[in-house]
Every structure is written in C-alpha cells, then in structure tokens.
Design a binder for this molecule. Structure first.
Ligand code: FEO
Length: 400
C-alpha cells in the first residue's frame, strides 16, 4: 500500500468520508456552470463487512482508490451500494469491480438494467427493495427507493445504528468541500445559494417526487444526512430538510425576476422602467437579468426564490429573442408552478417577441398580472405608462 498523507474523516466510529473534489470541470452534466466546483461524495463503512456507498466521477479514480486504501489498507470491500446510477457517481464502478472482483453490487430492480447498459456488468448483484436490510456487523443498512430524485432508479440507504441517511442526490449542493466537510465546519450561507442552485437546476423538475420522497422518509430517525454532493449535515439537518421542503412546494418570497433579450437597448429600457417602478412600490428583491449574459442556472434559481417573473423580448426573425426563447422553454420544461407573470417587449416592423411570449404564458398557466406591453422601436409615453402599470399590478399582486 502506498502512503497517503490525508486526514481520515469520520462520520461515526466505523464510517468514513472518501469523496473527491472536482475543481476542473466547468459545466456539470456538461450544462450547468460550476464556478465553485463540485464534490462527488462517497462513504466507506468498515465493519465486519465493508460497504462502499456509491463511487465518484471516473476521472478521479486514482485519488478515490487512494482514499479507500488509506482507510482499508489491503482489506477488501464486500459491498458496493449503488444508490444512484448517474455517471458522476457510477463512473468508477468498473474500476472498483476490477480492484475488488468479489464485491457484491447492491441496488434495486431499476439499478441493474442501467448497470448493464452503461458498464456491461451483470454479475454479483444483490437486489433490494423498500425496507430491506443489509447487516454489516454493528451497522445495518435499510433501503428505500426515491424514484426521480433524480433518476428512476435512485434509492437511499439508512444506516440504522447511527441514524445516517445516505441520501443520493437529495439534499445535495454544488460547490467543492474546501476543508470543511460537515455543516458545522463551514459557512452555510454560501452553501445555501449553491444548494438552491443545485436543487432548482438538477432536481427542481421533480419537485412533486421530492415531496413524495420526503414523506416516505419522514418516519426515520435521521441524525445525519450524507448526500452525494455538498456538505454532510449533522448539526443542521433541519436547515437542509426545511429548504428542500420549501423549494419543492414552490414556496416563494416577495420579489421579482425581470429577464429580457434586447439587441440595441429598447427592450432593456422597458425592463429598467419596470424595475424602478417596482422599487418605488417598495419591492426590495428585484433581479434584472440579460438572458444573453447570465446563464439560465442562476436565473432559474432566482425564479424558484421569488414569486414574480416579468419577461421581455425583442422580436428576432419574427420570433422571440433566442436567449429568451431558450429560457422560457427551459422553464416550461421544468414545469415550475405558482408564479405571477408579466410580459413585455419591442419590435421594429412586424413583431414576434411578445406574440410568442404570450404562447409561453398560455402554456405555463401562471397568473398574468397585466396586459402584455409591446412597443414599436424606442419607448414612448403611452407604453412607458403601461410599463408603470405592469409594475404596479405586479406589486399589488405580490401583496395580496
Ligand atoms: Fe449527482 Fe443525479 O447525479
């Protein structure tokens, strides 16, 4: 065994953190920005039997194996519990099987077809279902499926002796674990932002499934939550549970996100007028975004946070402006609910921006607070007044 001069991080007597930090990847799932990186968490239970809880992204296999051997030495791993098959966690399974050929792979009936499809592995499997237990010695794992949080095969493993929930993607966050690994070792405000962005971007489409999963797990005496991303929650489990509950119920705060697509500034000016009037009406949380500049990741996170959404588009080849079109299509696809909506835009000859935004309004079925405001060219007196009226209608509705 080679030397590995790293800390051994313990969740409990026989339970260790063996995850890795990814500070190289720019985009998670090749789409969502990672300005603060990403942690791929994995855990090792060293009891009479040894169980590894999920793996990591395959690029980190050397560091990962070193983390495992730093604790196990030459001892073998008996079980690999596969709570989630997305490759940020399953990517190292082949290497783990190669290193420990006698290992038993633990999953549910939806895990193993994916395992075969992704990695052509079908031997040494142990299928578990809701409530099944796997005794390891002092520690016992109990399994519960949580479909669509965030893939169909996703399950959690509850370690009964210490009350640790290995929760897969649920309760995860973007961001590396920079020294601090447990919630009481770090500043939670940073991780709250990254947790919300992670929830809304990755899991938010499955909010009803998240609600069902939380209900299913509500009877467990959870003392610690060990997710596959972000901090381990041991001192503030209520913090993470309450936020996931709030976000997956689409509960919002008073505030308005204004997003626009504008080539030469006419639509942008309407956004600024609306924003200023909202401020004059006392709305304090106002976020104005240029859809061409700010990644959807951040805008969607704020849409989940605030009740009001006002979207503006210049006409572009008789359609919406492309970056606005991409955003509203994503919102529609995610099925976000319970918002107040306003629509505005501008055009030069025959329009297309506002007309298509109104199709989005029909599809999303949010509460449209005022008529769409559409200007031809630069903003003039009557449409200026309509922008004011739109902002006033939004402010009124926010306080109802
Ligand atoms: Fe972190 Fe759905 O994978």
């Amino acid at each position: 065994m080679e030397d590995n001069f790293m800390h051994q991080v313990k969740l409990a007597d026989e339970i260790f953190y063996v995850g890795v930090n990814d500070r190289k990847t720019h985009l998670f799932e090749n789409y969502w920005p990672l300005p603060h990186g990403m942690a791929y968490n994995s855990y090792l239970i060293v009891d009479e039997k040894v169980a590894l809880m999920d793996t990591v992204e395959r690029a980190f296999i050397d560091e990962y194996l070193s983390n495992i051997k730093n604790i196990l030495g030459d001892r073998k791993v008996d079980y690999l519990v596969i709570n989630h098959m997305e490759p940020d966690h399953s990517g190292a399974i082949r290497s783990i099987v190669a290193e420990y050929p006698d290992i038993t792979l633990v999953g549910n009936k939806k895990t193993f077809p994916m395992l075969e499809n992704f990695y052509q592995i079908k031997q040494n499997t142990l299928e578990v279902g809701d409530g099944d237990q796997l005794p390891l010695g002092k520690n016992t794992l109990e399994f519960y499926t949580i479909p669509m949080v965030h893939w169909p095969e996703t399950m959690v493993s509850f370690e009964k002796t210490n009350g640790i929930l290995f929760s897969a993607d649920a309760f995860g966050a973007f961001g590396t674990l920079d020294g601090g690994i447990f919630d009481d070792e770090l500043n939670l405000s940073f991780y709250e932002e990254e947790m919300m962005r992670y929830f809304t971007n990755i899991v938010g489409k499955y909010s009803p499934h998240t609600q069902r999963a939380m209900k299913k797990l509500s009877g467990l005496d959870i003392k610690m939550i060990a997710a596959l991303h972000g901090p381990i929650w041991r001192s503030h489990t209520d913090f993470v549970l309450s936020r996931y509950d709030k976000w997956s119920r689409y509960e919002t705060e008073e505030g308005v996100v204004i997003v626009y697509g504008s080539m030469y500034g006419n639509t942008e000016k309407m956004a600024d007028v609306i924003a200023r009037q909202l401020a004059e009406r006392g709305v304090k949380n106002i976020r104005v975004y240029d859809a061409s500049k700010t990644h959807q990741s951040y805008i969607i996170s704020d849409i989940f946070k605030y009740k009001g959404f006002i979207v503006g588009s210049a006409a572009y080849n008789n359609e919406m402006f492309p970056s606005v079109e991409a955003l509203v299509s994503k919102i529609e696809h995610m099925g976000i609910k319970e918002h107040l909506l306003g629509v505005f835009g501008s055009f030069s000859w025959n329009g297309g921006g506002v007309k298509n935004l109104m199709k989005f309004a029909e599809n999303i079925k949010w509460n449209l607070v005022y008529d769409p405001v559409e200007e031809k060219g630069a903003l003039k007196a009557d449409k200026f007044q309509m922008c004011i009226d739109l902002a006033n209608a939004m402010a009124d509705k926010l306080r109802e």
